[in-house]
Design a protein around this ligand. Structure first.
Ligand SMILES: *[C@@H]1O[C@H](CO)[C@@H](O)[C@H](O)[C@H]1NC(C)=O
Ligand SMILES: *[C@@H]1O[C@H](CO)[C@@H](O)[C@H](O)[C@H]1NC(C)=O
Length: 503
């Protein structure tokens, strides 16, 4: 039997006389709460929809400062992109990675939850345990930085093996046992860097266990900043990573439909008239996205657990439901420039990446992954001054390639790291268990990564078993400790081998 937790009182109902806590909302379109901040915080406008209490001079509460971070207005030339057939192959990848509600319901149905143990406190919202001296007078040395094609940490090389476990912030409700258990397992594996979802966009009522960071029942959406099912779960992940020495890569929106996605933004703001490409150009959508981005960043901007903010998971011109419209690689690149510059204006010390799949945009190529077909130009994206490193993903057979071709894709991006003198992170790849080829190709890819000095390697994805939810969702790509040979060879030993480059 699943017990319901009681409805959470809305923070938006705060009386006009109340003082909003540090990082709390204090104004914006649709806001009916207080515009006063606690002492030593000042109400600041980031955009029309969101004013927030940020640390500021001790003045009389309620002072409002309207400093809008600099953003760049970019003019882009658009041309109609021809649609491609490869869209179908990619949707099969993404659907295979979907965590279905039904499977989650099954795993959680045996749980009992008590409402009495749930308390939401605003004090858990800020994580400011950054320590250490600063590298250049302004950024802490325990933040990851880059030097040429390599990452750096505490003044040393930082080559690493990591993995994806998108699901860790999705664990709930009501206690953080599963989040902590998953982070313990990650730490014990020897993997250094965890990529997990920094987005959870939903419409309407959701069952208690569903994590919701933005409630899109209204436009603009409501950010669940204090409710247990909201950003406090992400707080627990970041805090837990920090105490365990794990570094986090956090994307802010999905190209795909899992946990909301770009199509949801477009559908909610533009209704039936929108297309996926509008996400990158529509001002209202961009303001809503920036508001979410700055809310998350302001919670963790002092945390050394953050390796990088990532604009997206796998942006493309087209999505699972909506078409590209007039989107081109120039449009997605202009968007990435605008958003990454916005992030740097809020937080100049953490690294920023795009989280794209690494598709090239080479004139004359007839090959979808090399000719800009998905609406991505990995070279142009990575070359942006406000982007610190490049990313690439790889699903050869689902992309219509051979498993052997994967080695070439890795080398292509190693060459790009040379050309741009920035790190290229191999951030998602995998071979499903059912192919029977996992051992062969994980080994080959690792050898290619190592020989070509790829800066970091993160397979899709880390599998674990936690007390309440049980075994993490198995999309066929997951590697669990029970996969004895793969776990030792491609997780534990591989993490140790990548670290040998750091001497
Ligand atoms: C989202 O907001 C709507 C409308 O206020 C509400 O009915 C729904 O329960 C909310 N959902 C969540 C998950 O908070
Ligand atoms: C220190 O590094 C940050 C982040 O890269 C940068 O914004 C800042 O300008 C640097 N400061 C100096 C004094 O170099």
């Amino acid at each position: 039997m699943k017990a319901k937790i009681l409805a959470v009182g809305s923070v938006l109902a705060a009386g006009a006389a109340a003082q909003q806590s540090l990082w709390g909302q204090c104004g914006g379109i649709g806001w009916s709460g207080s515009s006063n901040c606690v002492p030593a915080a000042i109400c600041t406008s980031y955009n029309d929809y969101y004013y927030q209490c940020i640390p500021g001079p001790t003045t009389s509460a309620g002072t409002t400062r309207t400093t809008t971070p600099a953003t760049t207005t970019t003019t882009t030339t658009t041309s109609t992109r021809t649609s491609t057939t490869s869209q179908t192959t990619t949707s099969s990848i993404t659907s295979s990675r979907t965590t279905t509600t039904s499977s989650r319901t099954t795993t959680t149905s045996s749980r009992t939850t008590t409402t009495s143990s749930r308390t939401t406190t605003t004090s858990s919202r800020t994580i400011t345990t950054s320590s250490g001296t600063t590298a250049n007078g302004s950024c802490p040395t325990n933040f990851v930085s880059t030097s040429g094609k390599e990452f750096r940490l505490e003044g040393k090389k930082f080559y690493f093996a990591g993995s994806n476990a998108y699901y860790i912030p999705m664990y709930g409700p009501n206690d953080f046992t599963d989040i902590d258990a998953a982070l313990d397992a990650f730490k014990n594996s020897g993997l250094k860097v965890l990529r997990t979802w920094g987005f959870a966009d939903f419409v309407g009522p959701q069952d208690d266990y569903v994590t919701v960071f933005q409630n899109w029942s209204t436009v603009p959406p409501v950010i669940l900043s204090t409710q247990e099912r909201g950003l406090p779960r992400l707080d627990r992940v970041i805090q837990g990573a920090e105490s365990r020495g794990i570094k986090i890569i956090l994307p802010f929106v999905n190209n795909w439909a899992e946990y909301g996605g770009i199509d949801l933004y477009v559908e909610r703001v533009l209704g039936g008239s929108g297309n996926h490409g509008d996400f990158y150009t529509n001002t209202q959508i961009k303001n809503i996205f920036k508001n979410y981005v700055q809310t998350v960043i302001n919670r963790y901007k002092n945390s050394p657990a953050i390796l990088a903010w990532e604009l997206s998971n796998e942006i493309r011109c087209a999505g699972p439901r909506l078409g590209a419209g007039s989107c081109t690689p120039a449009v997605t690149t202009a968007w990435a420039k605008e958003i990454s510059e916005y992030i740097k204006s809020i937080d100049p010390c953490h690294l920023v990446a795009v989280g794209d799949e690494g598709f090239f945009n080479n004139p004359g190529s007839s090959d979808y992954v090399y000719n800009g077909g998905p609406g991505i130009d990995n070279y142009a994206l990575t070359a942006l001054a406000s982007i610190d490193f490049g990313t690439f993903h790889m699903y050869p057979v689902p992309w219509g390639k051979s498993w052997d071709w994967g080695n070439q894709w890795i080398k292509d991006h190693a060459a790009q790291a040379d050309a741009l003198n920035k790190p290229m992170l191999f951030e998602e790849y995998g071979v499903t268990r059912s192919t029977g080829l996992r051992d062969t190709y994980h080994q080959q890819y690792h050898d290619t990564v190592f020989a070509n000095n790829i800066a970091g390697d993160m397979f899709w994805q880390f599998g674990t078993t936690v007390p309440n939810w049980g075994k993490s969702y198995d999309d066929g790509y997951s590697i669990y400790p029970a996969d004895t040979y793969q776990w030792k060879t491609f997780v534990v030993d591989w993490a140790a081998k990548m670290a040998t480059k750091n001497i």
